[in-house]
Ligand binder design. Structure first.
Ligand code: RIB
Length: 294
């Protein structure tokens, strides 16, 4: 039987408070929305659940609060087959994301709360989990010092690192140098390029472009793999699905081009259902989808 890749996700765990509305209010305006949902979310947890559904052995490192959201999200991760030995309930609130889904786009405000406890010291205490991985997957909804420590541990142990720089923040030269892949969206890429030289980013950038697909760079040339056309219901978590797909494919030995193609299929399927994690496909669903489109 094929060995499952061991992927560790160090990142955020949020409860998504989702309002679906046909119109977004202007300043000072109150509108009646259409629907409200509470869904498991957080870029870290979304990527962990997506990678687990794709067949990886996934360990999550992060924090939830001592409230009901925390208990529910921990149980949910376990039900999804994610190992939560590295997830610690801390005193206080669980992270939340207030999300407005409208016909045109979505808007998100994240309150990190317990995710702020994923400090360098916290991550250091989870050293063994990271060291024993094939690949480390990170985002930026936890303190930068926690991200830096996790990358440092990964590099000391020869673990491949994907950093999804979302939401974008200033990244040090050392951090950029240490990661193997950086996966910004187009907006994040622009900000990244304002601060880091193309030499520093060389060979690391994989840019997600929504309905336009994803790009990577080979010998200085940008190569774009088109997205799979699909009827989109909700794009929340599509980037997370892409990162999980990329992580699973790369850790199984795919090259960047093959991994992006696979990740595009995972991301496309993820947008077909409402909720960040609801549409995350299984490996079989991706296989069937790709076959049906070729
Ligand atoms: O990437 C989507 C995620 O961003 C949501 O699930 C929300 O929790 C925010 O973190």
């Amino acid at each position: 039987m094929e060995q499952k890749p061991k992927i560790t996700v160090v990142g955020s765990i949020n409860m998504d408070l989702v309002t679906i509305t046909s119109q977004v209010p202007q300043v000072g305006e109150t509108l009646l929305g259409d629907q409200f949902q509470m869904n498991p979310g957080g870029k870290g947890a979304n990527q962990a659940v997506a990678a687990a559904r794709l067949g990886a052995e996934v360990r999550m490192v992060g924090c939830v609060g001592s409230d009901r959201f925390g208990a529910d999200l921990l149980e949910h991760l376990q039900q999804e087959g994610v190992d939560v030995d590295g997830v610690v309930p801390v005193t206080g609130s669980t992270g939340t994301a207030t999300i407005l889904v409208s016909e045109r786009d979505n808007r998100i405000i994240v309150v990190p709360a317990a995710n702020n406890e994923v400090t360098a010291a916290f991550v250091e205490a989870k050293r063994e989990i990271i060291a024993d991985s094939d690949l480390l997957l990170l985002q930026l909804e936890i303190p930068l010092e926690g991200v830096q420590k996790a990358v440092e541990i990964a590099k000391e142990n020869g673990v491949t690192v994907i950093l999804n720089p979302a939401p974008i923040r200033s990244l040090s030269t050392e951090l950029v140098r240490a990661v193997d892949y950086l996966t910004p969206n187009e907006h994040e890429q622009l900000l990244l390029k304002q601060e880091r030289t193309s030499q520093e980013l060389d060979g690391k950038l994989i840019v997600t472009k929504g309905s336009q697909g994803a790009s990577f760079f080979e010998g200085g040339e940008e190569l774009t793999l088109p997205a799979y056309p699909i009827d989109v219901v909700d794009t929340t978590g599509a980037g997370d699905a892409f990162n999980a797909g990329l992580a699973v494919a790369l850790s199984k030995g795919a090259n960047v081009s093959e991994a992006c193609r696979y990740a595009n299929a995972v991301a496309a399927l993820a947008t077909t259902k409402l909720g960040a994690q609801t549409g995350m496909p299984t490996a079989e669903e991706v296989e069937e989808f790709v076959r049906s489109r070729s």
